[in-house]
Structures are given as structure tokens and as C-alpha cells.
Design a protein. Structure first.
Lengths: 172, 445, 445, 172
């Protein structure tokens, strides 16, 4: 997910270099709010205390789906709010394995079995990393990324949404 | 009663359902694609789950993922809204097999009415007039020629699985009938994987009049009067209103009663709409049943005072209808305008983008059902409709004046919309006098 | 009929009047102070004139400048809205002397009803019960003591020119009566330049019930039923609703008829409101007439279907009322919530500023009358009310559920508002059961 | 747009050099808010602490009250839009005499008389510069500014709003 931009040449991306220039200009000239749009793109940036309410949602920087426990009031807002903030500061380093479907996450084949992977496990793209149950079907999920697991972001039994980060890896 | 409902839709109808549920004390679980992440209406649900990437095929049409969200959301029912899976009998079946109530009609009724030929059979059983035609699929070209001779040209060739004008052809004589049959059948095979076609008398310049009905699980069915939806462009409704202007009272009564008879015969429950075409002599013919809530349901809500979404939920939960036909009053005139993010200067193609400025009309008798707001980004993945402006006033004249006033107030910047077309339509003498038919908009604007 | 009207007000009521006029095909001339320059509603008028600096005394209260704008704007009538000059008989007189119709009652009726003592006299003539009291100004302290003895303590000392609680005092016994008379008189002299005070029986924990009336220039007067406005804070109404909950039907009928009798006796025309207090035994007493359209008029519009602003204009233009009393139907329950830019954590002091984020509630049965939008700056110069959220549903229970749902949806950022208080009020069991009186809000929140 | 982001020549980006120029202009002329749009693009910039959206609008730069002929639709919007645009380019230098009341402007005591002042007239604060008629009263207006009149901004007989500029002066 958090793959750097330059490796995906065909993706319609935002030019983050341009974006950086824009931010530098804004800082230099004390600009608090900018809204630019043309046929293809629209940029809206607001500096200072109040955050952008609805960022055009750079999905790469908006990993968090609605948290199941918390009321969704906060949840859907969170990604948007988190997006711009996360980008420069708190973006967790590494590679993320995200849920390919909505469902219930299980770390192990059964409660008696050990988990498929743990912190420290080195995985390949075809390594089964968990099960996601959807409609009574237990789908074995391959991580599709390679690396060493450094963090498990959900608990066995948690409900997870599409695209929700499950594991963080560092390149092995 | 349900404690928790999943809303299997997006945009304004998702918001509409969430609002109804909250007033009823029912919790809601929303689902959304990545394109809708962060939309404000999602924050009004009690829970929201991302079910896939922006493409509807991978999210809002993914039965498995929606059921999965319903399971982790622990809901007792699913409201499908309109579009997407709303008329998908298989989805209804899967929901119910998972012990999740599908808020809509029985699967059998959906299937029977979903097929045009069997729907005509039901209509005939119910004594509801259909357009004279082949009474079944065309199996032989010579049969078709005989039938066309007997009902008279021009005739319409229609695909049994069709919709939205696809697989449809007008034939003015035998030669074009023979040519059209093959072409329509091939087109239908390609579009719907069902080559079946049938013949109908072609009604020139018809009006589109539809009747809202609702039934419960105890055999009670009532109509909530009619809507006229003759203002269409490329088979897309633009303006809907109730009452249908200039419809003689006795025709109105007959058409409404026909709708009730028809859905009773089909064993239909929950909300639905019977669509009719009406010719210039006020002969009416049944066309099809829309087995779901419709975009234009607010028109009926405003003239009857009945909340259709709430009634859908109550009926699906096994409640009896709280009114009889005699209790239902129709008062005033309601008109709905669909506001689409389309570029009128470029063939009405979709105009996605961010709304940079929005000033909404308001005041007495004005309702705007929409999920958008200043700063909202309209994604290119879905329908171009971004809201419905509905006015209700004592008379049609006043409703039109109110709509014009609203259009004068309405400001949307950042995207192109159909508002300029709307202004022209509401100022056109033939619309004001209601000298219109389903071809009027395309002929005129 | 008027071709052109000047709107001598600002904010939501100016917008409301502009909207009504446009639907009627009447052009509007708006006036604005420098603080309101650029407000969107001004762009909806056909013409707009700056009449002075932000201070109301130098702009919206400047009769000369408003008349001057009316003259250069070439209007036939002025609509004063509420507040500012709406109940200023001198303004009405000046307008009419300039051949500009003042959309409101005759000057004499305004003057007579504006004075509390003469208003009581009219009420007595009309057979309308008033709170037992001194029947005139107190000229002698010993007289006051005798009157208080006869009507019984506690008694209320009120200024004849008063309003909004100023110059008002409760006396529980003779000693506090003697002290209070002098103090109230001095306060009234200072506040209203009129030291006249009178005595009334003090009604404990009354409800506030008011009746909407409208009359034409041909002697026809009808009532449009009542509103309950008991939910007040410091004599400011917060919530208004119709019908008045728990009011017995025969009391309701009598109170409505009393209002009609009273305004007929006063020779009153156009829209007005008779305010009553109702004690716990449903005895009701006339308090005063508000000789103007009121903030809470939408409540009545929603339950009767009558557009009061349009009727005001029609009546002022010399039209007859298009309905009789028998034609007026009341259906459903409407509740209005005033949304004020006030800081509930700081004694409800005004909270001007820019609205940085706004998500409005909507959907069936919801009306939000307001001139504000995201990006609008609320100026510190005027009233803190920024909008009125009005819901109308078949029953009070449903209206309350709808209002709660709306409050859940409503997002205003950048300023403080009374929405948190509103949430508490609509969730309070005593409000839901309507065990309230005019002291309820201050006692409870 | 102009400045190519060199790697993606056909992509329509925002020209940040132009943007810098705009910011420099804004800074130089103390402009807090700009909104520019043409067929292709729209730019919106706000500088400094979050600004009032409807600025009580620098009356000096917001000269036009609702023109009586034109529908006011454009008029009240005009000052806000005009203000920033006017700043760098057309900001009329000098001192303005504005209408102290709403009414009808007359340049002369009567149609037969010469005007109170003309371009080139040097006025003192107590010089009567015009008449404004309000409610049939002909109010002689003193300019309350000193200088030489360089432009008369309204015509005799025009309706004028409160605060509307009538004359432009340059310091004498």
C-alpha cells in the first residue's frame, strides 16, 4: 500500500514534488488556504490548526477503515483527517498487508493451532498470513508482499474492512 | 422490529435510509467503497465498513462482501435502496437464506415481474390492460408478421430481459419488422445474454404515469396515487410529479386500482411501482413493475404525508399496514427535479469533481434530498445524480413558481450540472401547460 | 398587487420575504448595513442598497434611510419582518404618508395594542380574560396595596411600556410591593422613558400559548390555531410548537376564538399574534398582541399549509382572505428550534465568527430557514439567532424523534451555538411528556 | 498549463511559478484572499490567519453599491470579488469621498447651476461637494476630505448607497 509513488508510473498520481513546492510556498508566504483546480485535478490545502475535512483521499495514506468498536461517527472521518497528517509525520514505515475483503480476521487455522505468522516471521508473497471469514467461508489470505513482520495490527476475531491494514512488514 | 439494518447502497438514498432508521430508533450499518470513504453521510450511520475499491462491480455489487459486512455488523435486515442490487432476486435470496431480511418483495414476485413476458401474463390475469402485442416471445418471423398485421403498424420490438431502451426497435412496416427482429434479438443476446424478444403496438408520444403501491405480508395492498414522469431524456427521468396533470379523475382511479390488482395477483409485498404508458386518448397500458423504492418516492411522500422508507421497513419487519386505502389522502402538488452532475454543453456527459461553492434553495415547501455539500467530491464511478430538489405546494402553478424560485437561488460551482436545462424546462410553456409526452424533452431541448 | 417591495430587515427573515416575493412575481429591494455587505441572500433580491454602518441604530433602525432607499428603489410597499422597525407605529405612519404601503396592521391598532393598559381595555371590551390586576396605571401606593389585597399575593409589577422582562417585579407581600413599585417605576423610566407601572396577579409556572391570526381590510379575521412557546430562557423563546400539547380541545377553541374577537375589536388587520398565559388549571389570560409576523411563523405554516408571508403581502395589497375559518385545517405536529450563535458554557453570550464547517440536517418533514452557509461570518452587531430548524410530522412523538435525528446530523463549526442545549431539551423526559412551563428551561438546564 | 513538470509533459499541472508570483503580489499589496478562475482553472488563495469570508469589505475598494439598473445578483458579490483583483492593478490611488447616506446624488444645486465641484477643483473638508436627496430633503454634503478632485465617480441623478465612493481626490 504505502509504496512510493515513483515505482508506479501508470498510476494517476499527484505530483508530490509539486505538492512539496506548494507547501513551501504556502509556508513562506503565510498562506492559510489554497484551492486549485483545473480539468484534471483539484488541490485543496489548508494550513494551521484546522485540518482539511475531506481530503481527496490519497488512499495510500488513508489506511484505517472504520474501527469496529468505535461508533462510525468518528471512524469514516478518521482516514480523511489522518491522511494529510500521516503523510509527513506519523506514516508508519514499512510495507502493509491489507485485508482483501471485509470479514472476520483469524490469526490461526483454529483456536488450538499456532498463528500463521508472528512478529519476526519472514513472509513471501504467497505465504498464508491469516484467515478472513466471509459468509461462513474461511478464506486463507496470502500476504502478497515480502518482508519480515514487525507488527500485527488486528486481533484474532476482529472484524476488518476492505483495505484495512493487518500486518506491517519491513523489507527482509 | 429490527434493531439494526445494513444499508446496501450509497449517496442520497443511503442517507435517506439512515435518516429514517435513526428516527425509528434502528441502528444502521453502512457500507462504502474506497471512492466514498470519508463522505459525511457515512458518519451518520452507527457503523461503516469499507467493502472494496471504487468500481461498483467490486464493491456495491459484491453480494458476498455485503453479506459479510451484514454478518460482522450483526444486522437483522438489509435495505437495498434503488439501483445496484435492489432488484437482484439472487441477492434477496442470499440475504434471506442467511436469516437477514431483504427489505423488499418476495423473491418469486421479483422474478415473475422481472421478466416482461410473465409480467404481462400476470397483468392479463389481473385484468390490467397491456399494450397489444405478441403475448409471448417471438419464435417465428411469420408469426410476428401476422401479429403485427393484426395489431397494426407501427410496432415495437422489445427484449424480454431489456431495459433502458436497449434491444428496442420500432418497425413501421413489414420490411423493417423482419430486419428489426434479427437485430434486436442479437442486441439483446449481447446486452442481457437473453435473445428473447416480443412485439408490442407502438404507442406514439405516450405519457409515462406510474402508481406507487405498498403491501404488507397479510394481503393488504394500497396505492399511494400516481406520478407523472413524462419528462425524460434518453429514458432517464428528469422531472416527476404528482398528481399527473390533466389526467381525468376516472382514469386516475382506474389506473390506481389496476396497479393494486396487479401486485395483489403477483403476491407482491413491500413498496413497488407499476409503470404505465398513457396515450393521447387516455388509454393506459401496463409496462412493468419496479420492484423497489424509486428515486422519485419523495413526490409521493409529500402529497400523501406517508414516509415510504419507514413503511418499507415496518412491512418487512412483519407489521401490518397502519392505513387502509380510504385513509390515504392526496393533497397539493409535488414536483421533483433530479439534479445531475452532467455537462449540458457536452452531450450531458458526467461531470465529476469537487463542489467548490454550494448555495442551496430552501424555505416553505422545499426539500432537497442529497448527500453532497460544499467541498464534496463527486466521484466518476457512479450515477451522475447528486440530489433531488422536491417542492410541494397547494397547486401545480405554485409548485412551478416555487421551483423556479429555487432554481434562481441554487448555486453549484466546481462541477457542471443539469440546472441550466432545468431552468429551461420549468420556463417552457408546454411544460407549464403540460402538453408533453416522453419525447418532449429530446424534441425540445 | 405590488410590483416591487422593499425588505426592511436582514438575515433569515429578509431571505424568507425575498423568497415569497419571487414566487409571487414581485421584485424585491433589499437594504443592508456594511456588516451584511456580500451576504448571499442580498444577491437574491432584485436590487440592494447599503443604508449605513453596522450598528442597527445607524442602518436598520434609520427610518429616513430606509424610506430613501424605498424611494430610489421605486417600491410600492415595505415589509418590516420582525424586530427592528416592525412594531414601530411611527415608521408605519411615515411609510404610508409617503404612499408606500407598510405591510402590517393599521397605525391606530398598533398604537392601542402596543400600550399594555389600552390593550387590556380592548381585551375587556372583547370579552377576553386578562390577568386580574389594577386595570390601569398605579397612581397611588395605597390603591396598589388595596388592589393587591383583593386579587391576592403574589402580584406582578409591570411597566406599561415594558418588554423582555424589563421593569418587571414579583411582590409576595405588602412590604415588597411598596418597595417594588418605586424600583420598577424608576427602572421603567430609565429603560422606556415611561415610568407608568401596573399590577397583575402573578401566575405561577404558567404556559405560554399564542394564537396566530390574520385579517384583511374587509373585516374578515381568522385564526390559524395556536403555538406553545413555554420553552423559554430569559424571556427568549427557544422552542415553539403547534398544536399546544395537552391543551384540552375546548380550551383550545375558546382561546383561538378569543384571539379573533380581540383583534376584531381592535380593528386589527394583517398577521398578528395574541399571547396568552395558561395556568395549571387551563385558565388563560391575555398578555399582549405582537403586531407583526413572528420568528416562529413557520410552525403555523407547516400545520396549516398556509404561507403567512404571502398572505401578509396579499392582504396589504387589498386582497380578501382566500379562506374562511372553516377552510383552515390543522394537521400533524410542527416544532421549531431556534439555533442561536451563543456559547452555552459562557452564560449564553453571543458567539460571532465565521462558520468554518456546516452540515445541515434534511430529509422528509425538515425545514431549515436560515441565511447562513459554510464560510458565512456572523457579525456581532445583531441578534444571535442564525436559523430556525422546523420539523413537521404526523405526531408530536415523531416530530421529536425527527428533531433528535436532525440534531445528531447538525454540524456547525467555527462558532458556538445552542445546539448542545437543544439536544438536552429534546431528550428531557419532562419536555417529551410536556410537563413544562415558562420557568422550566431556567430551572432545569 | 505552462510550467511543465518535466517528466510528464502532457499532464495538466498547476504552474507553481505563476503561483509564486501571485503570492509575491499578494504579499506586496497586502492581499489576504484571491479567487481567480477562467474556463480551465480556478485558484483560490487565502493568506494569514483565517479570514472573515465576507469581509466588511474594505469600503475603499468596494465602491459599487447595487447598481439600480443591473440586478443585484452581481452587485453584492462584486465588492468581494473586485477587492483583491483591484489591489495590484487598478487600485485607484488617492482619497475617496463617499456617500454619507443613501439617496439621489446631484452635482449641482439646480439643473441651471454649475456643479459644486469639477475635476481639478481643490476642496477643503468643509467644501460642499454635492447634494444627496433623501426623503424629499436635499442634503448639502461636505466632502470632509482635503485635496484636488481627479475623478467624479457618479453622474448627477444617480442613486447612491451608503458608503459609495463619489469623488476621488489626490492630496493637494
Amino acid at each position: 500500500m504505502a509504496k512510493p509513488v515513483e515505482t508506479e508510473p501508470k498510476r494517476k498520481a499527484f505530483d508530490l514534488d509539486d505538492f512539496r513546492k506548494l507547501l513551501q510556498l504556502m509556508e513562506k508566504y503565510g498562506v492559510s488556504e489554497v484551492s486549485l483546480s483545473n480539468e484534471d485535478e483539484s488541490w485543496k490545502v489548508r494550513r494551521g490548526p484546522r485540518q482539511v475535512a475531506y481530503a481527496p483521499a490519497l488512499p495510500e495514506f488513508a489506511p484505517v477503515a472504520a474501527a469496529p468498536a468505535a461508533p462510525a461517527v468518528a471512524a469514516p472521518a478518521a482516514p480523511a483527517a489522518a491522511a494529510p497528517a500521516a503523510a509527513p509525520a506519523a506514516a508508519p514505515a514499512g510495507i502493509l498487508i491489507t485485508a482483501p475483503t471485509v470479514g472476520t480476521f483469524y490469526a490461526a487455522p483454529s483456536p488450538e493451532d499456532p498463528p500463521f505468522v508472528s512478529v519476526g516471521t519472514v513472509v513471501k508473497p504467497d505465504t498464508v498470513v491469516c484467515i478472513i471469514e466471509a459468509m461462513k467461508v474461511f478464506n486463507q489470505i496470502q500476504g502478497e508482499k515480502a518482508g519480515r513482520i514487525v507488527e500485527i495490527l488486528v486481533q484474532s476475531g476482529d472484524a476488518v474492512g476492505f483495505g484495512q491494514p493487518l500486518f506491517r512488514l519491513e523489507p527482509a | 422490529m429490527f434493531q439494526r439494518i445494513l444499508v446496501a447502497n450509497r449517496g442520497e438514498i443511503a442517507l435517506r435510509i439512515i435518516r429514517a432508521c435513526r428516527e425509528m430508533g434502528i441502528e444502521t450499518v453502512a457500507v462504502y467503497s474506497e471512492a466514498d470513504r470519508g463522505a459525511h453521510y457515512l458518519s451518520l450511520a452507527d457503523e461503516a465498513w469499507c467493502i472494496g475499491p471504487p468500481q461498483a462491480l467490486e464493491s456495491y455489487l459484491q453480494i458476498k462482501r455485503i453479506i459479510s459486512a451484514a454478518e460482522i455488523g450483526n444486522v437483522q435486515a438489509v435495505h437495498p435502496g434503488y439501483g445496484f442490487l435492489a432488484e437482484n432476486a439472487h441477492f434477496a435470496e442470499v440475504c434471506r437464506s442467511c436469516n437477514i431480511e431483504f427489505i423488499g418483495p418476495p423473491v418469486e414476485a421479483m422474478q415473475q415481474l422481472g421478466d416482461k413476458v410473465s409480467a404481462r401474463e400476470i397483468a392479463r390475469k389481473a385484468g390490467v390492460p397491456c399494450v397489444p402485442g405478441s403475448d409471448g416471445l417471438i419464435t417465428d418471423v411469420e408469426d410476428a408478421v401476422r401479429i403485427a398485421d393484426s395489431i397494426g403498424y407501427p410496432v415495437l420490438i422489445k427484449a424480454t430481459a431489456g431495459g433502458g431502451g436497449k434491444g428496442m426497435r420500432v418497425a413501421g412496416n413489414e420490411i423493417s419488422l423482419r430486419a428489426g427482429l434479427a437485430a434486436a434479438s442479437a442486441e439483446a443476446e449481447k446486452a442481457f445474454k437473453n435473445a428473447g424478444v416480443y412485439l408490442e403496438k407502438y404507442i406514439e408520444k405516450p405519457r409515462h404515469v406510474e402508481v406507487q403501491i405498498i403491501g404488507d405480508n397479510y394481503g393488504n395492498v394500497v396505492h399511494l396515487y400516481e406520478r407523472d414522469c413524462s419528462m425524460q431524456r434518453r429514458h432517464q427521468k428528469l422531472i416527476e410529479e404528482s398528481p399527473a396533470p390533466k389526467l381525468p379523475p376516472e382514469v386516475r382511479e382506474r389506473i390506481c386500482n389496476c396497479a393494486v390488482q396487479l401486485v395483489k395477483t403477483a403476491g407482491y409485498t413491500n413498496a413497488g411501482t407499476c409503470e404505465f404508458i398513457v396515450d393521447k386518448n387516455f388509454n393506459f397500458y401496463f409496462i412493468e413493475v419496479n420492484a423497489r423504492i424509486q428515486v422519485e418516492h419523495p413526490v409521493t411522500e409529500l402529497v400523501t404525508g406517508i414516509d415510504l422508507i419507514k413503511q418499507q421497513i415496518l412491512v418487512a419487519a412483519g407489521e401490518k399496514l397502519p392505513f387502509t386505502q380510504a385513509d390515504i389522502r392526496h393533497s397539493g402538488c409535488a414536483i421533483e427535479l433530479r439534479v445531475n452532475a452532467e455537462d449540458p454543453d457536452n452531450g450531458f456527459r458526467g461531470s465529476p469533481g469537487t463542489i467548490t461553492r454550494l448555495r442551496l434553495p430552501g424555505g416553505p415547501g422545499v426539500r432537497f434530498d442529497s448527500h453532497v455539500y460544499e467541498g464534496y467530491t463527486i466521484s466518476p464511478y457512479y450515477d451522475s445524480m447528486i440530489g433531488k430538489l422536491i417542492v410541494c405546494k397547494p397547486t401545480r402553478q405554485e409548485a412551478i413558481e416555487c421551483m423556479r424560485r429555487c432554481l434562481h437561488e441554487f448555486v453549484i460551482e466546481g462541477i457542471k450540472t443539469t440546472l441550466p436545462l432545468a431552468k429551461k424546462m420549468f420556463s417552457h410553456a408546454d411544460f407549464v401547460d403540460f402538453n408533453v409526452d416522453t419525447t418532449f424533452v429530446e424534441r425540445t431541448f
